[in-house]
Design a binder for this molecule. Structure first.
Ligand code: E4P
Length: 218
């Protein structure tokens, strides 16, 4: 499973990129607003740090403007994936951008039917929002399972399932079990994946025993 990080915070991206765990980055208008930075500048900077896909969302809602914005965002760097919402105009923009060879991430997906439309539009990624479904008492992981099952029926579907709105490590492991291609994780969740109390306890014991030997390797 590939891990993207869901942030526009450059310091976080630089730090986590060094871990070797980061395959890409996703942003959205909320994350850009939170960064307090100009979208063109911040996306360019992220693309310099990370080689994999960097999602940048078009803030318009009509096809003509979305297409212009998408082309401008894609011109920033080769690894920009233009993010469009799952609306009729968004999917029309997806089709047009894919014809230009530009990666497209279709976002705000909340049903398997929507995911089918995105695949038909040739989306590079479909972003189903697990946490936001959980928030309204609908099991978000069931949607991931549905989409993975449906996509796997058709050899010609190349759209990757990108699990978004991840709120806990269990979302990641369950989605991996279902065969999801990518999970985009807030930095805090990526860091949580490393943790296990038995790892910490075991390391403490090993270090104490090692110290008692008085040895040194270097
Ligand atoms: C990523 O592409 C999505 O925009 C993001 O995961 C949404 O997460 P949220 O529901 O926590 O805002």
């Amino acid at each position: 499973m590939k891990f993207f990080i869901d942030t526009a915070d450059i310091a976080e991206i630089r730090d986590l990129a060094q871990s070797g765990m980061v395959d890409g980055v996703t942003t959205n208008p909320t994350l850009i607003a939170k960064s307090g930075r100009n979208i063109m500048e911040v996306i360019a900077e992220i693309c310099d740090i990370v080689d994999g896909p960097v999602s940048a969302e078009t803030p318009a809602t009509d096809y003509e403007t979305m297409l212009k914005e998408g082309l401008k965002l894609a011109a920033i760097a080769k690894n920009v994936a233009v993010k469009v919402p799952l609306t009729p105009d968004g999917l029309k923009t997806c089709v047009a951008l894919r014809k230009e060879g530009i990666m497209v991430n279709v976002t705000l997906c909340f049903s398997a039917a929507q995911a089918l439309l995105a695949a038909k539009a040739g989306a590079s990624f479909i972003s189903p929002f697990v946490g936001r479904l959980d928030d309204i008492n609908i099991n978000g992981l069931d949607l991931i399972d549905d989409i993975c099952t449906i996509y796997s029926q058709y050899d010609y579907i190349e759209t990757e399932v990108l699990v978004a709105s991840v709120r806990q490590p269990e979302h990641v492991t369950a989605a991996a079990r279902m065969g999801a291609d990518v999970a985009t994780l807030p930095p805090k969740i990526l860091r949580q994946l490393y943790n296990h109390p038995l790892t910490e306890k075991g390391l403490e014991m090993f270090l104490a025993d090692w110290k008692s030997t008085g040895q040194s390797i270097l």
